[in-house]
Design a protein around this ligand. Structure first.
Ligand code: NAD
Length: 376
């Protein structure tokens, strides 16, 4: 008993549900962290190396991300202990069985995460036939989050709000700002596209194969065409090619990590030249490096503020809204929250991440204060 409760604190988790069906070797865990603000939104992760501890941490981060985004949702997460690359009929059986087992937990809204996708969400909707699923294909009434660049749209707005708070020359704007983007997938390429549309100059990009720099600017559409054709950014004709991690030190004003965790850390934090970092990826900068950058006058907009576009989109989809409405709400919420966090950080002389944490926790605690029981 003590073992499972070792993560319990004042915010949660409210419920930990084991799902087990031996005939098809389904082993999964749902953690509903805190639903004081509303039904828990959080994806289903399918992998062989997931753990209950990871599930609890991810569920908590969804509680904070939803609260920071000002959504009336709590946080939850499901992990399925299985190889996500199993043959499709087997995967469908696992997902449908999971959906059936979780049918009676309407306070948990399912969504895709690593190892699951829109098709899995469509199977769930078919199986339990209600609306506590998000991340559905457009043909099943969903909003295609990655296709429309929901997260990148929020990042573009976070940047516009953040620029005046940066250590940049008076009157500096997005037009002509030099931009480097690490990771050129759903988040990175769409962020580059939205920012170049506002006259920013894309000087650097990287993907898993390498990085590319051109002080005169790279053609974003050409890069997107390359990636869509299954190639790498280093297949771009022109520019200077470099090692994958060289992008950390590229000369630029704005740096967007949109790939992996911990890419800026104690070993390379001194190389970063940008004045503004907007965290498209989750936890791309270690806590120590984030503190160092703050002390050097580099502004980092934390992940759970900057990349909340996808959860906001999921929340809108859950309410039956359409794409244009979702984009409008993302814009509004990310702008407001970025400003709130940066004002608080400036006034209290604390890291933006600390300001964001206290904003999120205060919102959850306020919602908890209205409840008969605090967290559910
Ligand atoms: P994606 O799979 O579409 O793209 C990832 C890109 O990163 C690819 O171009 C890949 O080549 C590149 N990459 C991988 N390892 C790299 C490395 N070490 N260095 C440089 N590039 C590397 O993924 P995505 O959906 O764009 O997500 C990117 C990050 O953003 C992830 O950390 C994800 O958790 C986070 N995120 C995504 C969303 C979303 O809406 N998709 C929302 C919030 C957070």
């Amino acid at each position: 008993m003590a073992d499972i409760l070792r993560f319990a604190d004042k915010l949660g988790p409210a419920k930990i549900i084991q799902v087990y069906e031996p005939t098809i070797d389904l082993k999964a865990v749902l953690v509903i962290d805190n639903i004081a603000m509303g039904p828990a939104v959080g994806g289903i992760r399918m992998a062989l190396d997931v753990s209950i501890e990871e599930c609890m941490r991810l569920a908590r981060s969804m509680t904070l991300k939803n609260a920071a985004a000002g959504l009336s949702h709590g946080g939850g997460k499901t992990v399925v202990f299985a190889d996500s690359k199993v043959p499709k009929p087997e995967k469908e059986r696992l997902i449908r069985a999971l959906a059936g087992a979780l049918r009676n937990f309407p306070e948990y809204v399912m969504g895709p995460d690593m190892g699951t996708d829109e098709e899995c969400m469509a199977w769930i909707k078919d199986e339990i036939n209600n609306r506590n699923v998000t991340g559905l294909p457009a043909e099943a009434g969903g909003i295609p989050i990655d296709q429309i660049g929901a997260t990148a749209w929020g990042i573009r707005h976070a940047i516009e709000v953040a620029l005046p708070y940066c250590n940049l020359p008076e009157g500096f704007t997005l037009a002509k700002a030099r931009l480097a983007v690490q990771g050129f997938g759903a988040v990175g390429k769409n962020a580059a596209r939205f920012l170049v549309d506002h006259a920013a100059v894309l000087v650097g990009v990287a993907d898993s194969q390498g990085s590319l720099y051109d002080a005169d600017g790279l053609d974003v559409n050409k890069l997107i065409r390359l990636k869509d054709a299954g190639k790498s950014v280093i297949d771009y004709p022109g520019g200077q090619k470099a090692d994958r991690d060289a992008i950390v030190g590229f000369d630029c004003d704005i740096w967007i990590p949109a790939a992996r965790p911990d890419v800026v850390n104690e070993s390379n934090m001194q190389l970063l030249k940008a004045k503004l970092v907007v965290e498209g990826a989750n936890i791309p900068i270690t806590a120590g490096a984030e503190k160092y950058l703050y002390e050097q006058g580099v502004l980092c907009i934390p992940d759970f503020i900057a990349n909340a576009g996808s959860v906001i989109c999921a929340g809108m989809e859950y309410r039956g809204k359409i794409e244009s409405e979702a984009l409008e709400v993302i814009q509004d919420k990310i702008r407001t929250n970025t400003r709130l966090v940066l004002e608080e950080s400036r006034n209290k002389k604390i890291l933006p991440r600390e300001a964001a944490m206290s904003l999120a926790v205060a919102r959850v605690e306020k919602a908890m204060s209205f409840k008969r029981w605090s967290i559910y």
